[in-house]
Ligand binder design. Structure first.
Ligand SMILES: C[S@@+](CC[C@H](N)C(=O)[O-])C[C@H]1O[C@@H](n2cnc3c(N)ncnc32)[C@H](O)[C@@H]1O
Length: 418
């Protein structure tokens, strides 16, 4: 199931992960680097210069706790590089289960083509792994450039004491490439982005002077669209699964042309599938080649760690506020980050995904009440601001037999003077 960014399957995979994964990942990383041709290494070095340009700021320090380990660089690196291993292990487990069928069951299974389907999906995984390894190679190379990786021990230090892979988050990242950066994702994007972009477009002030923050920016398409409108746009994201994938897209060497990369985003799904053609279908990305722009900034780290001083004219939260462990902290932080009279645009569900550690799981009425208590006024005029429900999928499989439709809520709120 692909709803939102955190999945139960990711948790299960984490629990099942091998404790030797760090060593394997580091060896694989070293192997990739050492076996690259000169031009390959140059490619990586060039990519690094992009990663470290002024628009990529260092992870912000986090007074309330650093980027959680489950989203860390070492976890993401390990997971991208080991994706193929884990995804194939899942297919092998299915093969083993098939073998436990009785003779007739195996014969019938063979006749419907189950084993050849598993082979086809293994080939799809291999093609996905071309992308995941390239993402990991960029991350590894950055560590080399930063001098974090010098020898055997240095390699380990570079990636911390990481020992788990999280293939579930890699699968989610693959689907996000499609949602954010493919032609297939356009419908979903248009549904969700248009209400937000319409509010911004209606602003008659000089766009380049207006600062927009997009916390929890995922793979950054919305922030990029906002920058393309001429605003000064900042994407903030703390998951290295997302930021490494973003870097891969923005690197002018890793991503040189539209539709360059091919993935099979649904090849891990066995439920709600009509046929192999749909399950294993390939998609290409990016539909447009994103490039670093002077008015697009990417700030890696926890949104709550951003210095709470009035800086932004807009804060745009898309499928974000329900990631909060403390919704009061989130809304207060949005308020603090906005300039006087600044605008908060929200679109998303209330899927409190952090489970038992969430301090308050509010309903819509309570969230809106809280927003007022924090100091926001919910706007109803002009029409682009009108609160409304927006039906949409999220990284949905258009060819699947099940649709998960969110009744996402849209509102625009103004920061009232304190
Ligand atoms: C549900 S996803 C939405 C991504 C993006 N807004 C979209 O609509 O595609 C939520 C994102 O918020 C990020 N996130 C969650 N908590 C965060 C925090 N405290 N600071 C920065 N990013 C955070 C997650 O890593 C994830 O990428």
């Amino acid at each position: 199931m692909s709803e939102k960014c955190r999945s139960a399957s990711a948790f299960a995979c984490e629990v099942l992960s091998s404790p030797t994964s760090l060593a394997v990942a580091l060896l694989l990383g070293a192997f990739i680097y050492l076996t690259l041709s000169d031009s390959g290494r140059n490619t990586l070095h060039f990519a690094l210069s992009i990663m470290t340009n002024s628009h990529w700021q260092s992870p912000v320090s986090n007074p309330k706790g650093s980027t959680p380990g489950s989203f860390s660089l070492s976890r993401a690196y390990t997971s991208f590089i080991q994706y193929e291993h884990y995804a194939k292990a899942e297919l092998d487990a299915r093969r083993r289960l098939y073998k436990t069928l009785d003779r007739q069951g195996k014969r019938l299974g063979q006749q419907v083509g189950y084993l050849s389907k598993l082979d086809a999906l293994a080939r799809a995984v291999e093609r996905n792994a071309v992308v995941t390894r390239a993402i990991a190679a960029l991350a590894f190379e950055e560590q080399v450039r930063l001098g974090m990786v010098r020898g055997g021990m240095g390699r380990a230090r570079a990636f911390g004491a990481e020992s788990y892979a999280d293939p579930g988050r890699v699968k989610e990242a693959l689907k996000h490439f499609i949602r954010d950066w493919s032609a297939e994702g356009r419908e979903e994007r248009e549904r969700l982005f248009s209400p937000i972009l319409d509010v911004l477009k209606a602003d008659t002030r000089t766009r380049k002077d207006l600062k927009v923050l997009v916390p929890g920016a995922g793979l950054g398409r919305l922030a990029w669209e906002i920058a393309n409108l001429g605003f000064d746009s900042t994407a903030n994201e703390y998951s290295c699964f997302m930021t490494l994938a973003c870097r891969f897209l923005l690197s002018p060497k890793a991503t040189t042309s539209a539709f360059q990369h091919t993935i099979h985003p649904f090849c891990h799904n066995f439920s709600h599938q009509k046929n192999l053609e749909n399950t294993a279908r390939q998609m290409r990305f990016p539909d447009v080649v994103p490039r670093a722009m002077s008015n697009l900034h990417l700030v890696e780290g926890d949104f709550l760690a951003l210095s709470p001083v009035p800086t932004y004219d807009y804060v745009v939260t898309l499928f974000f506020i329900d990631t909060a462990l403390s919704i009061t902290d989130y809304l207060t932080q949005i308020y603090e980050l906005l300039n006087p009279g600044g605008t908060w645009i929200n679109l998303g569900p209330l899927l409190w995904t952090s489970g038992s550690v969430v301090k308050m799981e509010l309903d819509l009425e309570e969230v809106l009440h809280l927003a007022k208590l924090v100091g926001f006024e919910i706007l109803t005029q002009p029409a682009v601001n009108a609160p409304r429900t927006v039906e949409s999928e999220y990284t949905g499989d258009a060819e699947g037999m099940m649709r998960w439709i969110y009744q996402a809520e849209f509102w625009v709120a103004r920061k009232m003077n304190s």
